[in-house]
Design a protein around this ligand. Structure first.
Ligand code: GDP
Ligand code: IMO
Ligand code: MG
Length: 425
């Protein structure tokens, strides 16, 4: 069985936890997009892992991990992560494969990300400043791109970097009055990266096809969320990759039909980091309650996350574009203690109700959420292990989301730990 796990909101739905759980029955876990803008948390007992580039399956010693072609790889972050896991007794030797065609994020990408965001003032996107947009822009522009495979020939890489830095320095100087960056210093770092990473570099598309032919089961780990998808999200307040499951085929060379099941992950409410429209946002006591109870601070940047009610219109849209078969609902425990809960079942746009999400920010800005109100619950649910043990109001809340989104909820999170998960299959 090949499964894709994808976030259906604006990221941070809890994909790391779900991938960790499902990886138990898989041989291979693949990251097919994004870069170190992602922050995926896995909590096992008292150990907490925050992964940015390594697939969340990495914490399981028997899983092979693939960083596929559409991931943008920051070597510094990746090497730090490999070493960090090794220090905790988890080795990636012999079980990490990095696509030779994946693009490399270097210091000038992060610099450009920062310079551009600063220059935008109120129009800034609120990126993670991890160099994601500039690196994908270089990929699309082709002429100044560096790929992981370039680490195999450092002499050629040195020449390439000279040309790249000449171009970037002229650009940054002219646009932002920035100090030039030193090509040699960046090259020296790259030599170190090459020494460490070359043993992992391969043709991951071939590896995945051969593995599937041999009956291996593959888990595809989405990064970010469907509403941050470059083409189908809330542009321009999105990331620079196809972060919905539509990015999977191009992102790793495996056709969509080779995936048996698409699992969509949602929180029992909605969060968003950075700028952009968020119709159900609660910039008030309710939002503050959720942020405190759910510890809603960014895994990558530590920024407080914007919080709001569950948006069934948005989730149903992500289900449609992502061919999602089933849902996982996390953070149900976070809602404990709220007297009344709301679910957005439709939008009112221009005096008419619609249940189709307008992924166009001008129309989305006009959308007014139409809510159903449901009673909350007070009982602590963090130790609950079966659906039947949940308070009746919690069960009703889950079932109402299932009805509105139109897919079964197969797992429910009642706490961050691997063990705090109700499986309903
Ligand atoms: P990802 O980017 O989708 O992998 O999600 P993040 O790791 O950025 O954010 C999810 C956060 O919620 C992490 O801190 C998780 O440990 C935590 N988490 C996941 N599931 C649950 C849950 O059911 N309840 C609670 N309280 N926390 C959860
Ligand atoms: P995971 O995988 C939440 C957001 C940023 C910003 C926008 C663009 O942990 O769910 P970028 O740095 O990608 O150019 O920023 O996208 N963003 C995320 N928000 N979770 C993520 O990843 C995100 N990755 C990017 O906050 O609004
Ligand atoms: Mg995250």
């Amino acid at each position: 069985m090949n499964i894709c796990v994808v976030g259906l909101q604006w990221g941070d739905e809890g994909k790391g936890k779900v991938v960790d759980i499902l990886a138990e029955d898989c041989d291979i876990v693949v990251r097919y997009g994004g870069g170190s803008n992602a922050g995926h948390t896995v909590v096992i007992g008292n150990s907490r892992f925050a992964l940015h580039l390594l697939p969340s399956g990495s914490v399981r010693q028997d899983v092979t991990c693939v960083i596929a072609n559409a991931v943008v790889v920051d070597p510094e972050v990746l090497i730090g992560e490999i070493d960090g896991l090794a220090e905790r007794g988890i080795s990636l030797d012999g079980r990490l494969l990095i696509s030779e065609n994946a693009h490399v994020v270097l210091d000038y990408h992060k610099r450009e990300d920062q310079l551009r965001e600063e220059s935008l003032g109120a129009r800034k996107i609120g990126t993670t400043i991890r160099g994601i947009g500039p690196c994908y822009a270089d990929k699309v522009g082709r002429s100044y791109a560096i790929r992981v495979g370039d680490f195999r020939d450092v002499e050629a890489l040195q020449e390439k970097l000279k040309a790249v830095l000449t171009y970037k320095n002229r650009l940054f100087g002219a646009l932002y009055g920035a100090e030039p960056m030193d090509a040699e210093a960046i090259f020296e770092k790259c030599k170190g990266y090459a020494e460490r990473l070359v043993p992992f570099i391969t043709d991951t598309t071939e590896f995945l096809h051969v593995s599937v032919d041999r009956g291996k089961s593959v888990l595809f780990e989405g990064a970010q969320g469907s509403l941050l998808d470059l083409d189908h999200g809330t542009f321009p307040y999105v990331t620079s990759s196809n972060s919905s499951s539509l990015g999977l085929p191009a992102g790793c060379g495996v056709p969509a039909r080779m995936v048996d099941k698409y699992v969509g992950v949602v929180k029992a409410y909605t969060t968003r980091v950075g700028a952009g429209p968020f119709p159900t946002e609660q910039d008030n006591d309710v939002g503050n309650y959720i942020r405190d109870a759910g510890n809603e601070y960014g895994t990558t940047t530590g920024r407080p996350r914007r919080c709001g009610w569950f948006d069934a219109v948005a989730a149903a849209y992500s289900v449609r574009i992502g061919s999602v078969d089933a849902l996982v609902l996390l953070h149900l425990d976070t809602l404990t203690g709220l007297k009344e809960l709301r679910i957005c079942r439709a939008y009112e746009v221009g005096g008419r109700e619609t249940t189709f999400f307008p992924a166009n920010i001008t129309r989305l800005a006009q959308a007014r959420p139409v809510y159903d109100a449901l009673p909350g619950w007070d009982d602590d649910i963090t130790e609950v292990t079966t659906f039947a043990q949940l308070p009746v109001n919690a069960r009703n809340y889950v079932q109402r989301i299932e009805q509105m989104v139109g897919r079964p909820i197969e797992m429910i999170g009642v706490g961050p730990k691997r063990s705090q998960t109700i499986v309903r299959a």
